[in-house]
Design a protein around this ligand. Structure first.
Ligand code: M6R
Length: 599
């Protein structure tokens, strides 16, 4: 059934979808069905109440990520006005909803939910004067906040009005049918032609066309783009989970990220999306990386690259804080937003702040045509293919690879020698093979993971290039297994967290044979002295760590530049197998959304 296919993309709560087929839907066929939990529950209930297929008509659906009000049927979308004529699905937050709600209630409007979104349906009903487009535009002029909405009305069969401000929305152009969705992955199985809406766009969509305008009713032109990956890329292809599939396809994803970007003749990286001349590159004196979650951890690895290879000072900013902190940005600052989805609200806000302050902005994104990619003006795409599992895996390793290539480019523009660059190129080209070697050890990692699957608390410790990887490993574990996991710099343990160590608290120590290993051995001893079981990553062939820890995960020998990528893959597998052993919902962990489009 159409909405199941549109909504089923795991990790898409908070997204809106809709479909319009041939015009005309008999009034009596109008139905609204809501459930809590999985889309499968909705499928079952819809089959009981309506039948399985949308025939000759239009529909909207929404998988809610709760912001205002508990996950309940009352709070589920669509929200209808009191007359039941206008139905709205909404992704985002209406920030002034309390004022609007009070105003509507004073006029006698009864609310059926605790959500902010419901004000929209009542406002549209109030603004309605026979024209749905005008009513929606009128209502939107009263709200502040973020939205991607789809509105249908029993007064206007075959017509949908959609609009966006701050939350992603696209129109899929089919043959005799149109789709709307928050994410291209939801509609890739129906059409490859998509129109990305900009903020403040509002469109009247029928089965034949999308008439896109500004809120003030001025026509705007938006290009039709083509989804650049096959719909099968968004299938599980025989794997139990998207996460495992995405972990395992990293050799290919990384090869795609790297392909065509290394120039052995010039001993340099070629990053077309960056679009900066050697003169402009030389003028960059500071780099700010703004990102959230896993992408921020990738940015933290990037800091080491830029400082080591190009000697450029780098700040890594939690994107949510960037805008509110009034950051110091100068014309010679390069701001790099890093985002898999290209839609993360906080990272987008950082992009806008940086652009306003006159920075050069160059994004690292996976999703082609995403808002961050477009608004940054410059974007280096990962080409990792769609990442469906909520836990980011292949995006992380591909982001780190892009940052490494960027650092090489800036390094060559400054002090990096031809020979050093050639050596680095050889290492980068070998990344897919090294990752393959880690994947070959997955049954051993599974055995180790199962041994620790009952732990309630975990520490991950790392130093140098592997410090951000420790943070990322802990994030992976907590988000999919619900084990409380903390990532720390190994030296920081003794400044407080060591108080928590005991025999029931395992420590995963990143002890690869890299600079800082001797210090890490000392840190491992400190953990053992508190009776914590220790699992260590160690370089293949390096036996020094083996005798002092409980379990070892082997990482192929590689330099510190490549080690974060290769080691992260082992930690992804470790988290995955623990979560699987615990019977967790790996692709759709509780409370999480794949792209976080609210602040
Ligand atoms: O799409 P983005 O890379 O901007 O997303 C940022 C974070 O929301 C994301 O990395 C999140 O931390 C992942 N669930 C981690 O696996």
């Amino acid at each position: 059934m159409w909405y199941r296919r549109l909504c089923r993309t795991p990790g898409s709560p908070g997204h809106v979808v809709g479909r319009i087929e041939t015009p005309g839907i008999p009034r009596l066929d109008r139905k609204s069905v809501k459930t809590i939990g999985k889309v499968a529950n909705l499928e079952k209930r819809t089959a009981e109440q309506v039948g399985l297929e949308l025939k000759n008509g239009l529909g909207i659906a929404h998988t809610r990520w709760a912001t205002h009000g508990f996950p309940s049927e009352e709070n589920a979308h669509p929200h209808l006005d009191s007359s039941g004529r206008f139905a709205v699905v909404h992704n985002g937050i209406i920030e002034n909803y309390q004022v609007l709600k009070k105003h509507l209630q004073d006029q006698g409007v009864k609310f059926a939910s605790e959500t902010d979104s419901e004000v929209l349906s009542h406002l549209i009903a109030q603004c309605y004067n026979g024209d749905l487009f005008d009513a929606v535009a009128g209502a939107l002029k009263k709200v502040t906040g973020t939205y991607a909405i789809a509105v249908i009305s029993s007064e206007h069969p075959g017509v949908m009005v959609v609009a966006r401000c701050g939350s992603p929305l696209l129109v899929g152009v089919g043959s005799g049918e149109m789709f709307i969705a928050s994410d291209a992955a939801a509609i890739a199985g129906f059409t490859r032609q998509v129109i990305y809406l900009n903020d403040h766009d509002i469109a009247l969509v029928t089965s034949a066309e999308a008439d896109i305008r500004s809120l003030d009713n001025v026509a705007v032109n938006r290009n039709v783009s083509c989804i650049d990956w096959e719909p099968e890329a968004a299938e599980k292809s025989g794997f139990d989970h998207f996460m495992l599939k995405e972990i395992c396809e990293q050799p290919e994803a990384l090869a795609n990220t790297i392909r065509g970007r290394l120039d052995t003749r010039a001993a340099n990286a070629r990053l077309n999306g960056l679009n900066l001349s050697p003169y402009e590159l030389a003028r960059i004196h500071r780099i700010v990386i703004a990102a959230c979650g896993t992408s921020m951890h990738a940015g933290m690895v990037g800091r080491y690259y830029f400082e080591d290879l190009a000697a450029i000072p780098v700040d890594v900013e939690q994107a949510a804080e960037f805008r509110y902190r009034n950051p110091i940005i100068q014309p010679d600052t390069l701001v790099i937003p890093v985002s898999q989805s290209g839609e993360t609200a906080d990272t987008l806000a950082a992009v806008r702040e940086a652009a306003n302050k006159g920075a050069i902005v160059a994004a690292v994104c996976n999703v082609v045509g995403s808002t961050i990619a477009r608004e940054s003006g410059r974007c280096i795409y990962l080409h990792a293919g769609p990442e469906i599992g909520v836990a980011s895996t292949k995006a992380f390793t591909c982001q780190v690879s892009v940052l490494l290539m960027m650092a090489m480019l800036l390094g060559r523009n400054r002090r990096m020698s031809y020979q050093a660059a050639l050596e680095l190129i050889a290492e980068i080209e070998n990344i897919p093979q090294l990752v393959r070697e880690v994947l070959e050890t997955r049954s051993h990692i599974e055995t180790v993971a199962r041994k620790y699957a009952k732990a309630d608390n975990f520490f991950y410790i790392g130093r140098g290039y592997l410090y951000p990887v420790a943070l990322e490993g802990a994030l992976k574990l907590k988000e999919i297994s619900y084990i409380h996991a903390e990532g720390y710099h190994a030296a920081e343990l003794k400044h407080g967290p060591i108080a928590l160590l005991e025999d029931k608290v395992p420590v995963l120590a990143l002890a690869n044979d890299l600079p800082g290993k001797d210090k890490m051995i000392g840190n491992i001893q400190e953990c053992r002295a508190r009776c914590s079981p220790v699992i260590a990553t160690a370089t293949t062939g390096d036996l020094e760590v083996e005798d002092m820890v409980d379990d070892v995960i082997r990482i192929p020998r590689c330099s510190q530049y490549v080690a974060p990528i290769v080691t992260a893959v082992a930690l992804q597998l470790f988290a995955y197998y623990i979560a699987r052993e615990r019977g967790c919902e790996i692709d759709q962990p509780r409370n999480l959304a794949k792209s976080v489009t609210v602040e």
